[in-house]
Design a protein around this ligand. Structure first.
Ligand code: NAD
Length: 501
């Protein structure tokens, strides 16, 4: 299927196909330019923020289950267009079609979740110490929420945020990655169409802002936006966090990971291998939860390394739109350069590198395809502690379980982690307070591929944010503690006396 047909079927607005300046949308499949997308000027962004604030005044009064109904309708449309949207994700990010479709499924799943959540924005009743009084804790809509997203999940991350924010009564301003504007245009167009047929939805409750870093900064600095949910690199979070904090705004930060898996002597090796190869080489290593460090018991290392080398050598690399492909391209030349410099640093540190070279599928000379790399080292070295957003799997041996946990936790990031073991004591220790220090800890399944039902996010330089499932909805609301006196007396808390005649 040709690229233009994929764009058309996914409903990329035709206007974008005729512009010849602005943001360049390209496909990593062959590096070609797909189209140009007009960029929002600072004045246009300002007016979108104002429109969002205006729309919030009415959207917050729409009953939450009615807001949920809009998400139900949106999910129905996305279900209908799943194939086309999945292909567009593959086209614009280079992830294989099965993962593109999986990402669209995540959009559907979080909308379903949000529909249920719309009837469960539960508060608390609290016993009062004063007679004739009761205390309540209630959750109210917060306001316009700025959602800044990364290139590697160009639809799902917005949906994780927007679906919950919208049922919570907030309005949403979405600033997608400058590398994936078409996915944003296509998905947002569907939402606009659904809102158009749903009168309680005020135009303006969801706004799309096309731009680069500066557009994100404008959102970050704006006092009318009480919450910025930003997904991207730790460098981005480090720059953005203090800007929002300077005006006492809130942030939900979902930043870089450097995820490890421990393989213990009791592990089921065949199962571990399948999970490891998907987590490390899948999505060409471009998931925040991609497996980057493998910590293998020394007695297993000699057996595991050849198994991994064989599996890596047989991975089909090519166009993500071809059914048999398992590894698509890197997003761009910059990603390739960063991968090569990480591999050079590994060689310099004395590690053995297998793979990592560029491969050129016929006809796709402009794409940056690489053979996923294995880096074998005796101990960790500095560049292994960085997140390189590419398929590099560092392998280090360990001797004692405590050493394995220490290796797992020694990096600055704290997103996802896994252990492969059939030893219950090891599994439980890994999940305990003295085990993994990450936001996500898995047993006998890899660190990537989270479900939407759990809260998603990580500790340390991953930013501390939680979004998607569990009680993440609370981030998008403001909490109010209420005291009601239903007596004719006026007792004060803590027994304070203040007699007024
Ligand atoms: P990036 O940091 O380059 O860009 C992410 C977004 O932030 C883009 O929309 C960009 O325009 C914007 N941005 C960049 N600098 C900004 C600034 N100073 N102020 C405001 N906005 C700014 O990230 P990327 O290359 O698109 O994505 C890859 C990174 O994202 C990886 O580090 C990956 O681990 C991370 N990521 C994290 C999660 C998570 O949930 N923890 C999920 C996906 C991706």
């Amino acid at each position: 299927m040709n690229f233009r047909a994929i764009m058309q079927e996914a409903g990329v607005p035709p206007a974008a196909a005729h512009v010849t300046s602005g943001l360049e949308a390209h496909t990593p499949i062959d590096g070609s330019t797909l189209t140009y997308v007009p960029v929002d000027s600072p004045a246009a962004i300002e007016s979108k923020i104002r429109a969002s604030a205006e729309a919030f005044l009415t959207w917050r009064t729409v009953p939450a289950p009615v807001r949920g109904e809009m998400l139900r309708r949106f999910a129905r449309r996305v279900r209908r267009d799943k194939q086309a949207l999945g292909r567009l994700i593959s086209l614009e990010t280079g992830k294989i079609l099965s993962e593109g479709l999986g990402e669209v499924q995540e959009v559907i799943d979080i909308c379903d979740f949000a529909v249920g959540q719309s009837r469960q924005l539960y508060g608390l009743t609290i016993a009062s110490e004063r007679p004739g009084h009761h205390l309540l804790e209630r959750w109210h809509p917060l306001g316009p929420v700025g959602v800044i997203t990364a290139f590697n999940f160009p639809m799902a991350v917005w949906a994780w945020n927007a679906a919950l924010a919208l049922v919570c009564g907030d309005t949403v301003l979405w600033k997608p990655s400058e590398k994936t504007p078409l996915c944003a245009l296509a998905l947002h167009r569907i939402l606009n169409e659904v809102m158009g047929d749903f009168p309680p939805a005020h135009p303006g409750i969801s706004q799309l802002i096309i731009g680069r870093r500066e557009a994100g900064e404008q959102l970050a600095d704006h006092a009318a936006v009480p919450l910025i949910s930003a997904t991207g690199s730790t460098a981005m979070g480090r720059a953005l966090g203090p800007r929002v904090a300077a005006r006492f705004g809130r942030t939900l930060l979902e930043l870089g990971g450097n995820n490890a898996a421990i393989v213990t002597p009791s592990a089921d090796l065949a199962l571990s291998l399948r999970a490891i190869v998907f987590a490390a080489a899948g999505t060409a290593g471009q998931r925040c939860t991609s497996l980057r460090r493998l910590i293998v018991h020394r007695t297993l290392a000699a057996q595991m390394k050849p198994m991994l080398r064989r599996a890596y050598a047989s991975l089909p690399i090519g166009s993500p739109l071809e059914r048999e492909t398992l590894v698509g391209p890197l997003i761009d030349a910059g990603a390739f350069v960063r991968m090569q410099s990480a591999l050079a640093a590994a060689r310099e540190a004395g590690a053995t590198v297998t793979g990592g070279e560029r491969t050129v599928p016929p006809g796709l000379e402009g794409g940056y395809y690489v053979r996923p790399a294995l880096v074998e080292a005796e101990q960790p070295f500095e560049s292994m502690r960085e997140e390189t957003f590419a398929p590099i799997l560092y392998i280090v041996p360990y001797d004692s379980f405590d050493e394995a946990i220490a290796l797992q936790n020694e990096v600055r990031q704290g997103l996802s982690s896994a252990i492969f073991t059939t030893n219950m004591l090891e599994a439980e220790s890994f999940l305990s307070a003295t085990g993994s220090d990450c936001g996500i800890a898995n047993v006998n399944t890899g660190p990537s591929g989270a479900e939407i039902g759990g809260a998603f996010g990580g500790e340390k330089e991953t930013g501390g944010g939680r979004e998607s499932g569990s009680d993440s909805w609370k981030v998008y609301m403001r909490r109010q503690t209420q005291t009601v006196n239903y007596s004719s007396a006026m007792p004060l808390a803590q027994g304070v006396q203040f007699p007024v005649e």
